[in-house]
Design a protein around this ligand. Structure first.
Ligand SMILES: *Cc1c(COP(=O)(O)O)cnc(C)c1O
Length: 359
């Protein structure tokens, strides 16, 4: 029996995608092979990769002057690869600190150059996004880095920062493909796949052409954006099976109306949950109203001593992985694209029942 899986990542995938992968496991479309067994340079896998990239481009309406790169190492590898590819040896870069993931990006970038933290919400436990009028940005910065959705704190930008001529770089690991975005407002968009795209290990980067060739000489070839772009993500063997699953997810998204449809359903799902949390003193949501994530929703029970009981009863009801990150405590429900509305309904029903029993 399938459960409702609220994991922050690796996270639930659409059941139809898993079923299709299962059907094609031993023999991919008459090839007599599993995708896992194919040569990455053969015609079958080449067609999978090209279709995957084309569908990703279609979903996000990625302009032609942007390269799409698939690589390995996760978003945390990108924390090093962003400065390596963009900083230049003497430059400095601007970072906004809105939570644990931007803090990790900042710490890693410091190994490669000067980092200027232009704003931080640490003063209030990372529960909001600092207003852009308060950012002390440097017009000469190599780039400005933000994390568009803090997966752990549940804090999301609902606006695009203005960076002038400074390239805007965004870690979108946990809200990519959750709503429509204007890619042309960003210079680089990157993330790991395991939240809203596919299996862990696969990493994506959408890079504006003029930024492909700024890398420090020490940048490993397999992580040099220009080489990756020129070789269609195949400087070495790419994570072939993960790319194939990502491709199935993209096809599933297109069949279900693309990102405008996802945006609507995701807004409905998030509203259902936040409205309930706001309607009672039994649960509280720690995040400032205007920065609440539609993907990751942390909440607290009014009495922490009920936490273990809550998780036990939730699990008994087929609602899994609701434990909050240790740094925030309480609970967290991650409701990415693959979480159906009925999953959120089941969670809200459970919240209500649990409150009646223990309130
Ligand atoms: C999960 C996550 C990461 C880390 O991803 P890895 O693939 O584990 O390196 C970085 N940033 C954000 C916003 C995340 O959600």
């Amino acid at each position: 029996m399938r459960v409702f899986n609220f994991s922050a990542g690796p996270a639930a995938l659409p059941e139809a995608v898993l079923q299709r992968a299962a059907d094609e496991m031993l023999d991919w479309r008459g090839s007599g092979m599993s995708v896992m067994e194919m040569s990455h340079r053969g015609k079958e896998f080449t067609s999978i990769l090209r279709k995957t990239e084309a569908d990703f481009r279609q979903l996000l309406q990625i302009p032609a002057n942007y390269a799409v790169i698939f690589l390995q190492g996760g978003a945390m590898a990108m924390n090093a690869l962003i400065p390596m590819n963009l900083m230049g040896i003497h430059a400095s870069a601007d970072y906004v600190n809105t939570g644990i993931w931007s803090s990790k990006s900042i710490e890693e970038a410091k190994k490669y150059g000067n980092v200027n933290v232009v704003a931080s919400s640490e003063d209030e436990g990372f529960t909001y996004v600092p207003h852009q009028s308060e950012w002390r940005t440097n017009p000469e910065a190599a780039y400005l880095h933000v994390c568009s959705n803090e997966t752990i704190g549940g804090v999301e930008y609902h606006w695009v920062p203005k960076s002038g001529d400074v390239p805007l770089v965004a870690d979108m690991s946990s809200n990519i493909l959750s709503c429509e975005i204007d890619v042309s407002k960003f210079a680089v968009i990157y993330g790991g796949a395991q939240k809203n795209i596919g299996p862990a290990g696969l990493t994506f980067a959408i890079v504006r052409d003029d930024l492909l060739d700024r890398a420090m000489p020490i940048t490993p070839s397999v992580f040099h954006w220009k080489e990756l772009a020129e070789h269609e993500s195949m400087v070495n063997t790419p994570p072939t099976y993960s790319i194939y699953i990502a491709g199935l997810v993209f096809e599933w998204l297109i069949e279900h109306g693309g990102l405008s449809a996802m945006e609507k359903i995701n807004a409905r799902k998030a509203a259902l949950l936040y409205d309930y949390l706001d309607s009672t003193a039994f649960y509280t949501s720690p995040v400032s109203q205007d920065a609440r994530s539609r993907m990751n929703i942390p909440f607290h029970l009014h009495d922490d001593r009920l936490n273990d009981r809550f998780l036990e009863e939730a699990e008994y009801n087929g609602l899994l992985q609701l434990k909050g990150h240790r740094s925030v405590g309480g609970m967290r429900a991650s409701i990415y694209n693959a979480m159906p509305l009925e999953g959120v309904r089941a969670l809200v029903d459970f919240l209500r029942t649990f409150e009646r029993k223990h309130g």
